[in-house]
Design a protein around this ligand. Sequence first.
Ligand SMILES: [Zn+2]
Length: 90
Amino acid sequence: MDLRIKHPCPFCGEREHLTIQEGGAIQPLIINGATTTDESGCEVVEEVDGVWCEACWAAAPLTVWLREIPPERLAVLRDFDPPANATVLA
Ligand SMILES: [Zn+2]
């Protein structure tokens, strides 16, 4: 396994068949402390290096795999509002 990966697969425990794919994962683009949307209201994402488990097909951005997501990034992503047009199920 690539030395940058460091951890076995958290889902199936695979240690060997893990690869890093350049640009192989996406995550929301954060600018000035907020996620961004394009003209059509879709969230803008960026391509980042991803880890892929060939055994169970789990995939995640490398920072997520390593649990090294910057705290300021997590703070932004956790502070989301429900969509205005969401239907609340009773
Ligand atoms: Zn796996």
